[in-house]
Design a protein around this ligand. Structure first.
Ligand code: GDP
Ligand code: MG
Ligand code: K
Length: 270
């Protein structure tokens, strides 16, 4: 059982990783970059966690960031563990959507709940779990809060009810283009349906690494589908943003108090 750890930079990935894996991390380097490759086991179990460099999106701006996307393109794993800064969900959820579309069963860890509390903000985890088709945990990794629950879930029996079915509808004409590309990728190139859809969305969203992947593999039929790259990129982004804004409206029980937000920002240097 392989779990891949994703998240924006500074969300507490390393802190969570260290709590989950005790001191059993194997340390090496990812090929081509000087970023540490860390794989740890949870309590000597058969469950291993792979720590990946922090990214804001799967469209890499640097070689270090490319490690996460390269991993999704070329390596196999069973489960996604996505750490989020719960006080900045609007920004963090952009990556989450990209990961959910990849189709692995996903655990979302809303970390930094201490900051959420300090800001007098209140979230509804059930709404988030239902809308995102993911398992949600709320943690404060700095003080270990929520870690035991997360740990026992990850080493527990895989539940049959967690089959991923997150699906964001990009509307026409984007969906028609996705369908055409998906057909090519599944029938000619034998990719799995969900991976093909993810690849097409990433391609239309302007992910430079996916563009290279498509060129390298000579998936020429796809190139002609992207007639107006900028418009498609904008359309994908707009749908994601709208989804996040509507989701947060439903999932926020209490808005952050502006005064305490400014204060906690000063204190925590976030
Ligand atoms: P990474 O970049 O995602 O690996 O994040 P780190 O684990 O290095 O954490 C970044 C910073 O946030 C460190 O100073 C941590 O001590 C701190 N941190 C991690 N989790 C929490 C949390 O739940 N609450 C607060 N307030 N700080 C946290
Ligand atoms: Mg880290
Ligand atoms: K901090």
């Amino acid at each position: 059982m392989k779990i891949a750890l994703f998240g924006n930079p500074n969300t507490g990935k390393t802190t969570v990783f260290n709590h989950l894996t005790d001191s059993y991390a194997y340390v090496g380097n990812w090929s081509g970059v000087t970023v540490e490759k860390k794989i740890g086991k949870i309590n000597h179990s058969f469950v291993s966690i792979i720590d990946l460099p922090g990214v804001y999106s799967l469209n890499p701006l640097t070689k270090d960031e490319a490690v996460a996307t390269h991993f999704l393109l070329h390596e196999s794993f069973d489960q996604t563990l996505n750490i989020l800064n719960a006080a900045q969900l609007k920004r963090n959820l952009l990556l989450t959507i990209e990961l959910l579309e990849y189709g692995k069963p996903t655990v979302l860890v809303l970390n930094m709940m201490d900051i959420v509390k300090k800001q007098d903000m209140e979230l509804n985890p059930t709404v988030l779990a239902n809308e995102l088709h993911a398992t949600i945990f709320q943690t404060d990794a700095r003080t270990n809060k929520g870690m035991a629950e997360l740990k026992s879930f990850l080493i527990g029996e895989p539940s049959s009810t967690t089959s991923p079915s997150f699906y964001l509808d990009y509307g026409e004409p984007v969906e028609a283009i996705i369908r055409k590309g998906q057909d090519l990728l599944t029938t000619i190139y034998q990719h799995e349906v969900i991976f093909a859809r993810w690849l097409m969305i990433q391609f239309l969203a302007g992910n430079n690494m996916i563009e290279k992947f498509i060129a390298t593999n000579h998936y020429e039929g796809l190139l002609s589908l992207k007639k107006d790259p900028q418009a498609l990129e904008d359309a994908v982004y707009a749908v994601r943003l709208k989804f996040i804004e509507e989701l947060l409206k439903k999932a926020t029980l209490k808005e952050a108090n502006q005064k305490t937000t400014a204060l906690t920002k000063k204190i925590d240097h976030l």
